[in-house]
Design a binder for this molecule. Structure first.
Ligand SMILES: [Zn+2]
Length: 271
């Protein structure tokens, strides 16, 4: 009886070991960051909206608001992603409405999203910065029920491909890497209260949380995330090259989609 029981325990251990091995296999095989045949659920988060305009700069006599450009990029990103097999897209807003930070993460969670893509445009009032940067998860925290075996790695891989495709479009890497504490276009910023206070916010594993709420709130739901800062609205050069028409903005959304498709090994739907 006793012997039999320990045999069962041994079998359980073996099953667990096999499961762990299988999971690490998923982790190592590029692109397979989901389980089964369930569609990949991508939550696109067009930054700002409503009375939160984001950056505002005058170009050609008109006031251009970041919130409007983000929505155009996000809509192009959605259309492009829907050309791939087995993909579902959820948006945190489709109109010019204000959506609270927590609500954005709640929409992703309620939709069972596998990944959260926050769409933004940068600005620097102090110097004529140009280029793109991607904010990736700062912590290796894996919330209970995390969507992938390694959300930090998924965020990083996404960040790398997003940069690749934006740079391929001609964008520079942001001039502000030092100010953001980033490196080669990737920013991982640990939580601190604005104003430089030393207060910390920690995840349940004791690691310092993400500074950016888009990354922090989704990390608590176990969803890997990135923030894409596409170009600088404060730069006449960036504006003219990448932001000054719906077509140019849509091209940024297409670049984002190609990067996501590469990260997840998505296959185009055959015509
Ligand atoms: Zn923004």
């Amino acid at each position: 009886m006793k012997k039999n029981r320990s045999g069962k325990i041994l079998l359980s251990f073996l099953a667990l070991a096999v499961t762990i091995f299988a999971l690490s296999g998923v982790k190592l095989s590029a692109g397979s960051f989901r389980t089964g045949d369930r569609p990949l659920v991508i939550c696109i988060d067009p930054g700002h909206g409503g009375d939160d305009e984001g950056a505002i700069y005058k170009h050609g006599g008109a006031e251009i608001m970041e919130k409007d450009l983000n929505l155009i990029i996000a809509e192009a990103l959605r259309s492009e992603l829907l050309k791939y097999e087995n993909v579902t897209v959820v948006m945190t807003r489709e109109d010019d409405v204000k959506v609270e930070p927590q609500e954005r993460a709640d929409i992703a969670y309620a939709s069972d999203a596998d990944v959260f893509i926050s769409v933004h445009i940068n600005a620097n009032p102090d110097k004529p910065s140009r280029g793109c940067m991607i904010m990736c998860n700062v912590s290796h925290y894996q919330a209970p029920g995390a969507k992938t075996p390694d959300n930090y790695m998924v965020s990083s891989r996404l960040g790398g491909f997003l940069l690749d495709y934006l740079i391929e479009k001609g964008l520079l890497v942001s001039d502000d890497m030092d100010e953001y504490g980033g490196f080669e276009g990737i920013v991982r910023r640990p939580y601190s209260e604005d104003g430089g206070a030393s207060k910390e916010e920690l995840y349940d594993d004791g690691s310092v949380a993400d500074y950016y709420y888009q990354l922090r709130f989704t990390a608590k739901y176990g969803i890997p995330a990135v923030i894409i800062e596409h170009a600088y609205l404060s730069s006449d050069e960036d504006y003219e090259a990448y932001l000054s028409s719906a077509d140019k903005l849509a091209e940024l959304g297409v670049a984002d989609a190609l990067a996501i498709a590469e990260t997840y090994n998505l296959k185009l739907i055959e015509e």
